[in-house]
Structure formats: C-alpha cells, structure tokens
Ligand binder design. Structure first.
Ligand SMILES: *Cc1c(COP(=O)(O)O)cnc(C)c1O
Length: 230
C-alpha cells in the first residue's frame, strides 16, 4: 500500500513536471513521516525513498538513530532555539528558519560542532496568523542578516500554504514565493545561493511543482491520515 502510494505521488510529480516543461529530476519528494512508526519509513526506504521530513526534534533524532545513515533528514517544523543543538549535525536541510535569533543559535551550534548547516527561510506568504514564518516584506532583510553568520548557508525559501479544498487557490501563493526568491537572487548577496523552493503538500503539491517547487513535502498522500490520539 505505502509503496503504491509513493509511486503514485512520484508519477503525479512527473506529470506536473511535464505540464510545466520541467525535468522530473529537478523535484525532490520528501516523505513527511511525522507520527509514523519506523517500520513504515523502512518500507519506503527499501523502495528507494531517501528524503524524510519530520517536525519534532525528538522524533527526528529517534528515527535518525534507528534508520540507515544515507537518509537525508529535513526539519520542517517550528524549531525552538534550545533544541537546535540536537539536530545541527543530523539534518540535511532545516526548512523553518524564520528569525535572526534562531539562525544565530543554529550558527553557534554549527560552529561548535564544525559543520555547515543548510537552511531555508520560511515565509508566511498568505499572512496567516496561525502560521510561523517571516512576512514577505521581511524576507530580503532577514536573508541579508543571516547571510553574515558563520557555518550557515541559505539555500532558498519555504512556505506552508493555507489548507484549501481547491489547490488552484494556492497557486498565487506559490508564485509569490518564487517571485520573492527571484527578487532576492537578483541582489547577489554573498553567501546566499538560492537553489530550492520548498512548497506543496498532499493537497497541492502538483500545483506547487507547476509553479517551481524543488522540494514537495507529502505526508498523508504517502502514509495516510495521521492519528494524534495515540
Ligand atoms: C505535516 C506537514 C506536511 C505534510 O502534510 P500533508 O498534508 O500530510 O502532506 C508538510 N509540511 C509541513 C511543514 C508539515 O508540518
């Protein structure tokens, strides 16, 4: 079942790439495995999946310890500064950096552990009050400030679009994130190499791919509904 779902999502991404005249290898599928047991992750790992996304530090660390070391772990959830130290040397990419203070902590821990940490800046494109992320207006200033910190490298931008019934309703938000990235890229800021846009989830990843997503984060579409009651 899981491998079937996974293949279906991969196929949908390929079809979206075709519509947008993009190469399928430009888009990376992140299997968002939060709340799901290691056995389920293993199943799609064995099927070829190497990118997994988690939103809680402790869960990410536990799964990191339990699973093969060639997995690329993505921290996609809100990150508290006091937990940064547990993951800087374990993650491939932190998607959810939305303040200078958090970036400073990541930089400090990265220097201590002598690693380079790749991050995305989270932008609250739709200005939802319930969501984290910097405002679209602040994205450039925040990028310039973080770019000055040692051992941290800005790789692009991430957004969590609103929950919508019709993915078309989020197309404008995805376009907006792309525009923000292009505008900042044109400024040629030192130590900033904008390569990735992380956008699109189960309900809207195909639209996100059409609008330029490099990483899509799909949970429910692969693993099924999450059960938070257990
Ligand atoms: C849970 C989560 C996802 C995956 O959501 P689905 O709708 O289950 O695909 C993607 N991105 C973030 C930041 C998440 O927290």
């Amino acid at each position: 079942m899981l491998t079937h779902n996974y293949d279906q999502v991969v196929q949908n991404i390929q079809a979206a790439c075709k519509r947008a005249e993009r190469k399928p290898e430009e888009v990376t599928l992140i299997a968002v495995s939060k709340t799901k047991p290691v056995s389920m992750l293993s199943e799609i790992y064995n099927h070829g999946c190497r990118h997994f996304g988690e939103n809680k530090v402790q869960e990410l660390v536990e799964k990191y310890e339990a699973l093969p070391k060639d997995i690329k772990w993505h921290m996609i959830g809100h990150l508290q500064r006091n937990k940064v130290k547990y993951i800087v040397d374990k993650v491939f990419l932190i998607h959810s950096v939305d303040s200078l203070r958090l970036a400073e902590e990541i930089s400090r821990e990265a220097v201590k552990k002598q690693v380079q940490v790749n991050i995305l800046i989270e932008v609250n494109v739709a200005r939802e009050e319930s969501k984290f992320g910097c405002t679209p207006e602040n994205a450039c200033e925040l990028t310039m400030a973080i770019a000055k910190l040692p051992n941290i490298c800005i790789k692009g931008y991430m957004t969590i679009a609103p929950y919508v019934e019709n993915p078309e309703d989020n197309r404008g938000h995805f376009r907006k994130l792309k525009q923000i990235a292009v505008d900042i890229m044109r400024k040629n800021i030192d130590n900033v190499s904008i390569e990735y846009l992380s956008m699109g989830m189960t309900g809207d990843y195909e639209t996100a791919v059409e609008e330029g997503a490099d990483f899509v984060r799909v949970g429910t579409g692969i693993f099924g509904e999450r059960d938070y009651t257990v």
